[in-house]
Design a protein around this ligand. Structure first.
Ligand code: SAH
Length: 215
């Protein structure tokens, strides 16, 4: 796999577009400028890898468009060393963005082939700070908890209670929330053991968060 000057130039243009769409966090923009997104998608779509578009990946899933990735990441306010749980590894691109921001990333995927493929890619590209798990994100990773942040990258039909309790006090969870075609972005901050604060942001469209695993 090659990351050419042309790819790098296209990424600069994409970053400019994301700035115009309102993304302000320099660390997030720099991460997007650095990461070869074309490695995370099917080669058939390579020419469009740096358009602000989602693409189909295996198992009827999608890699979110770069604006959505940037928006969710900005809301998470990632700091170096943050321990972050991502639900929905998919292509692995979002996890790579978090890892580039120097977070310790734990990512779960319910489709075995996607999880395996992402794991191989993380090794090839050199992301030692990402750990991949095959499992049901509704359950989270109780053995690795608590987390500073939790990011859900599939449309949650309900707020997963088992994830809220895996947040540190002062930590936050970002998720697209809703049962229909369009979801609202939520940010939930854990203020105290039983005290949570919820804030609502723009609307987006994600593939659904589903219970159980598939092989
Ligand atoms: N973050 C991904 C986006 C993938 S789309 C990326 O950057 O490419 C959402 C992913 O969430 C899909 O791969 C889907 O299989 C997965 N998913 C849906 N419900 C899940 C669940 N309960 N647990 C884990 N993964 C889930």
């Amino acid at each position: 796999m090659l990351d050419t000057y042309r790819h790098q130039g296209l990424r600069k243009r994409l970053v400019q577009e994301l700035k115009e769409l309102g993304i302000k966090d320099w660390n997030v923009l720099n991460a997007i400028e650095k990461i070869p997104r074309h490695f995370f998608i099917e080669s058939a779509f390579e020419d469009d890898a740096y358009e602000n578009k989602p693409f189909p990946i295996e198992r009827g899933q999608t890699i979110s468009n770069p604006y959505t990735v940037a928006y969710q990441t900005e809301l998470l306010e990632v700091k170096a060393g943050d321990k972050i749980l991502e639900i929905g590894t998919g292509s692995g691109y979002q996890a790579a963005v978090l890892a580039t921001l120097q977070a310790q990333v734990y990512t779960i995927e319910r489709h075995q082939p996607l999880s395996t493929k992402a794991k191989i890619l993380f090794t090839q590209l050199g992301y030692p700070n990402i750990q991949t798990f095959y499992g049901d994100g509704f359950k989270g990773l109780p053995q690795q908890a608590p987390f500073d942040k939790i990011l859900i990258t599939a449309a949650a039909p309900e707020i997963p209670k088992q994830l809220l309790v895996q947040l540190k006090i002062g930590g936050c969870m970002v998720l697209p929330f809703g049962k229909g075609d369009i979801q609202e972005m939520l940010k939930i901050v854990r203020l105290d053991k039983n005290e949570f604060e919820k804030e609502t942001f723009s609307t987006f469209t994600f593939v659904p968060m589903l219970k159980g695993i598939e092989d």
